[in-house]
Design a binder for this molecule. Structure first.
Ligand SMILES: [Zn+2]
Length: 195
């Protein structure tokens, strides 16, 4: 059994309860046949850690707007409130964009305000995709998964294969498939451990 540790955070004005339970259940459903399971911190039954910040997260960062909140601001707040946080930070917040989720990579200096955070994920509190795959899609990104299309930071981050969970902007009404190569990437992630 492989456990994937994720630490859940929310901005003060985000409806985290819309997606947290369904996305965790969805991820565990898709990963069950690979003997991989999420370990949610704080315990899934409790509320996430409140970052005490409000407003939309902007990415790519609009440099003309100096007071806009960037992914790195949320990530830094998570570290301040939970100095001993374990695993992959997953932050529920409002997005300026319409994506269901976003992964910020270490290489994204502007989004991270030049702090070299390990990859982390954000979930758009506005949506719940019916395939319940948005969290797992972002977690596979955070594992450093290499697909065959969409170059970003020197690697292809998405799959061209129809039906793959790593298709870009998947149709949320269609079921997705998780393949062995996705499971292998997760097993090698910094937030994975044998149990
Ligand atoms: Zn993606």
């Amino acid at each position: 059994m492989i456990l994937l540790d994720i630490s859940i955070f929310t901005t003060a004005d985000a409806n985290w309860s819309r997606g947290l339970g369904p996305y965790v259940d969805g991820a565990n459903y898709y990963l069950a046949s690979f003997n991989i399971k999420l370990n949610v911190l704080p315990a899934a039954s409790g509320p996430p850690v409140d970052l005490l910040l409000s407003g939309k997260m902007y990415d790519p960062p609009p440099d003309f707007n100096l007071i806009s909140m960037r992914p790195g601001d949320l990530r830094a707040a998570a570290q301040t409130l939970s100095p001993s946080l374990r695993g992959l930070p997953v932050i529920f917040c409002k997005f300026n964009r319409s994506d269901a989720g976003l992964t910020t990579y270490t290489e994204d200096k502007a989004a991270n305000r030049y702090f070299p955070w390990a990859n982390y994920c954000m979930i758009n509190e506005k949506y719940l995709n019916s395939d319940r795959a948005a969290l797992l899609h972002e977690m596979i990104h955070a594992s450093g998964y290499i697909g065959d299309i969409d170059p970003l930071w020197g690697r292809n981050i998405h799959d061209s294969q129809t039906g793959s969970i790593m298709r870009p902007n998947p149709d949320p009404t269609r079921p997705v498939q998780v393949f062995d190569r996705h499971a292998r990437a997760l097993e090698g992630a910094y937030f994975a451990r044998a149990a």
